[in-house]
Design a protein around this ligand. Structure first.
Ligand SMILES: [Zn+2]
Length: 185
């Protein structure tokens, strides 16, 4: 457990600039000067030197954060987002590295959730009821991204059960619509 060393700062600086889109203050968004900036620990734990826990900012903004609730709230949110993106990279899937606040991010996120849901369910049970899949996935999207669209999930389910895709829609003995893995040729 130690505080941020000069060599860590040198190593992290270009990565933080790249990750956060420039040499600017995380809190007030102004461009930083190379002399007077700080590395802020988002969770205020000065020994937690993970890249996800660090942002660049003005010394003055860093001090302001101590008593300014708004800055503490955006710090907490930023740490959560960084951790999420970091765990996305760990899964080695570049598609999970996205921004859930943009339309394209939500769309890619929805697709990934539909795909992994179908994979899990059909591996475990061999099949899943179409309607159960649809509404479970909408729920999962809301949980994970704060946004879930039945229409979007339906569209991705159709894509993943199209004739070239790994799943297909059929009916069970009770005539309910089910999704199963497409048998390999
Ligand atoms: Zn600032």
């Amino acid at each position: 457990m130690k505080s941020l060393t000069i060599s860590l700062k040198q190593k992290f600086l270009p990565r933080l600039i790249h990750r956060d889109g420039g040499f600017k203050c995380f809190y007030c968004n102004q461009i930083l000067s190379s002399k007077r900036f700080s590395f802020d620990h988002l969770n205020n734990n000065r020994t937690d030197n993970r890249l996800e826990n660090l942002v660049l900012c003005h010394q003055s903004c860093n001090i302001k954060k101590i008593s300014y609730l708004d800055y503490q709230i955006i710090a907490k949110e930023k740490l959560r987002k960084n951790e999420e993106e970091f765990s996305g990279r760990e899964e080695k899937n570049p598609n999970t590295h996205f921004d859930y606040t943009s339309e394209i991010g939500i769309n890619i996120g929805t697709y990934d959730i539909v795909e992994s849901y179908l994979k899990n369910e059909t591996t475990t049970d061999g099949h899943v009821l179409f309607n159960d899949a649809l509404y479970s996935i909408v729920y999962l999207c809301k949980q994970k991204m704060g946004h879930g669209s039945e229409q979007a999930v339906r569209r991705h389910l159709n894509t993943l059960t199209s004739s070239v895709a790994p799943y297909l829609i059929t009916r069970n003995e009770s005539n309910q619509k089910i999704i199963v893995g497409r048998p390999e040729n």
